[in-house]
Design a protein around this ligand. Structure first.
Ligand code: MG
Length: 461
């Protein structure tokens, strides 16, 4: 029998509609595979977000792990970065998080965390898949099964302490900030309110009750889903909006004027702040090619290098670890890694750091945002097969061969007053086009030219 690998894990763990693709049978088998991968006697911390079927999937994974002789510790409801932090510093060999992050409510998923707290690399996921498809047939003596599940009751507290310890709580408390916090009805509600209280911040919470139906909004924080938070901020004259995704590893932020920012904007400001206050860190940041060149324009003059990476947070984490550290890693989708804390996206950590930045600079969020260069943005999706998308990337490389190109994930052209990224999507048959320019005319002209050429030469339409 030929085993086709790569069927199970997507770009961010195993995801599927609960009860359809994601069944307890799959979870049990995957639990055994994960157990076989970590090995008998290893210690695994497991946690979940609020999603439907979370307990069913978690219990099935736990059964599979126990069947392989693994010792399992249950952190219960916890944000993904909370689980990751505990795996990193605690007596664990790895972790499992039951979550589908920002996906719509009907989805759930299983994510495997390595002993260093970072998601296992994709090559390792293939090893786990191999166990999954081959099946594990561990027959252990009965004495191997005397261990029960243990409750890791301190996990959330340990995580909250760690986040608070990274910032100057006294300085933040003096400013008496007012924050609108939208927890997406999920595990952001477990940790971020505690962090804000410890920092002396007055917060008004929206959707911070746990509810698997996600009655408040979709789990993905966007300018649209955060509209009620914007109204509330204006009504209250608050300083900041923080909107988490379903597992609170991300935070999308809005300033005191109610402008929702993409993560490359506030990520740039945070990196500049951390760069200024933490001279001990290597002077570089890592960000996906889908981030704006604002990152370079703002950070280079401050003596901070920018390393462009393929899109995907696990890649960023692993690159930072490989290269021996950084000031930060961040993404346009609101993921921010504060490296001295942990090299994974962390929504509560990002929130605390933003407040520290505001307190330290004495500025409002909108004043800081206005120090960033202004660019007009355009994002497009064009249906395209793999071959058509590859043709488009090659074509754009040829057209702009005299410009600065970044070709690690699709092609990014960096001109003096614009940039454009043409990239095949990792998850659907589309070509993504993202562009920014200093004038609206330039932006429209450049996107039209590129799109016309792609349609003519690669799509035949
Ligand atoms: Mg997430």
């Amino acid at each position: 029998m030929t085993i086709v690998l790569g069927r199970l894990f997507g770009t961010d763990g195993v995801r599927g509609v609960i009860g359809e693709k994601l069944t307890p049978e799959l979870a049990l088998r995957l639990g055994r595979a994960i157990g076989a991968y970590f090995g008998k006697g290893s210690r695994i911390l497991i946690g979940r977000d609020i999603r439907a079927g979370g307990e069913m999937i978690k219990d099935a994974v736990v059964s599979g792990l126990l069947a392989e002789g693994v010792k399992v510790y249950d952190a219960g409801f916890i944000p993904t970065p909370g689980l990751q932090y505990n795996v990193k510093i605690g007596p664990y060999d790895g972790g499992v998080m039951i979550t589908a992050s920002h996906n719509p409510p009907q989805y759930n998923g299983i994510k495997v965390i390595a002993g260093d707290g970072i998601e296992v690399p994709h090559e390792e996921e293939e090893t786990i898949e191999e166990y999954y498809f081959k099946g594990t047939a561990s027959r252990l003596p009965w004495r191997s099964y005397v261990h029960d599940l243990e409750i890791a009751s301190q996990a959330v507290e340990t995580y909250v302490d760690a986040v608070v310890s990274q910032v100057d709580a006294e300085l933040i408390a003096k400013r008496q900030f007012k924050v609108v916090l939208d927890c997406a009805n999920s595990v952001g509600s477990i940790a971020t309110p505690l962090v804000l209280s410890r920092l002396g911040v007055r917060y008004v919470s929206l959707n911070c009750n746990l509810d698997p139906l996600f009655p408040g909004r979709e789990p993905e924080p966007t300018p649209e889903t955060l509209a009620p938070a914007i109204s509330l901020l204006r009504e209250l004259g608050a300083d900041l909006i923080v909107g988490h995704d379903g597992d609170a590893d991300r935070a999308i932020v809005g300033d005191d004027k109610g402008r929702i920012l993409w993560g490359d904007r506030d990520g740039t400001l945070l990196a500049a702040f951390v760069g200024e206050t933490r001279k001990d860190l290597p002077r570089r940041v890592y960000t996906g090619v889908s981030s704006s060149i604002i990152v370079e324009e703002y950070l280079r003059p401050r003596g901070i290098d920018v390393v462009w990476t393929p899109v995907g947070s696990v890649t960023i984490s692993r690159m930072i670890l490989r290269d021996g550290g950084a000031i930060a890693g961040f993404e346009e989708n609101g993921g921010y890694m504060h490296v001295p804390h942990q090299i994974v996206r962390d929504g509560a950590m990002k929130t605390a750091l933003l407040l520290h930045m505001l307190a330290y600079t004495g500025k409002s969020m909108s004043e800081l945002v206005d120090t960033l260069p202004t660019y007009y943005t355009l994002k497009k999706k064009i249906p395209a097969t793999k071959a058509e998308a590859a043709c488009a990337v090659e074509l754009v490389e040829k057209i702009f061969s005299n410009e600065r190109l970044v070709t690690i994930d699709g092609v990014k052209v960096i001109g003096s007053d614009y940039w454009i990224l043409v990239r095949p999507s990792g998850t659907e048959p589309v070509l993504r086009i993202m562009a920014e320019a200093k004038s609206r005319e330039k932006l429209e002209r450049i996107v039209r030219t590129v799109e016309d050429e792609i349609r003519k030469r690669c799509l035949g339409r």
